[in-house]
Design a protein around this ligand. Structure first.
Ligand SMILES: [Zn+2]
Length: 135
């Protein structure tokens, strides 16, 4: 779909980590939450109920695989999973590692980008490599 970040696989605020069965795992440039990623369905659908049974199962496997890789790579105390999509309705989930005593622990994570959280390219590439090694 035209003007859709995830259909166009644009990388203004995210970088591609890898393609999975029915989704693509992205890492956000904003790493205020270390290891923060986004899992987006490859196909443009806007609601979870629009997936057929096979896609639902495959998306679940992708979610489990991606979140385990994030967990193994960064050892958070909890991963938060969130889907909003008012602005970008293409089905995607935020996978946000949270750390006890760290940013937003015990509450919802902050969706808005942290101006101090954006990592230099080479550091982001290092995080991508770390996640890929855990997949
Ligand atoms: Zn789309």
């Amino acid at each position: 779909m035209e003007n859709c970040r995830y259909c166009n696989r644009t990388t203004d605020i995210v970088k591609i980590v890898t393609d999975l069965e029915v989704s693509t795992l992205y890492i956000t440039r904003d790493q205020a939450y270390r290891g923060r990623c986004i899992l987006a369905l490859k196909e443009h659908k806007t609601e979870f109920f629009q997936l057929d049974a096979d896609e639902t199962a495959a998306f679940g496997r992708d979610m489990a695989k991606a979140s385990k890789a994030i967990y193994d790579a960064f050892k958070p105390d909890k991963i938060n999973y969130a889907a909003f999509g008012d602005t970008y309705p293409h089905l995607h989930f935020h996978l946000v590692p949270k750390y006890k005593g760290g940013k937003s622990w015990g509450g919802p994570f902050e969706l808005a980008s942290d101006p101090n959280g954006s990592l230099p390219e080479e550091e982001l590439a290092g995080l991508i490599k770390t996640i890929r090694e855990k997949l």
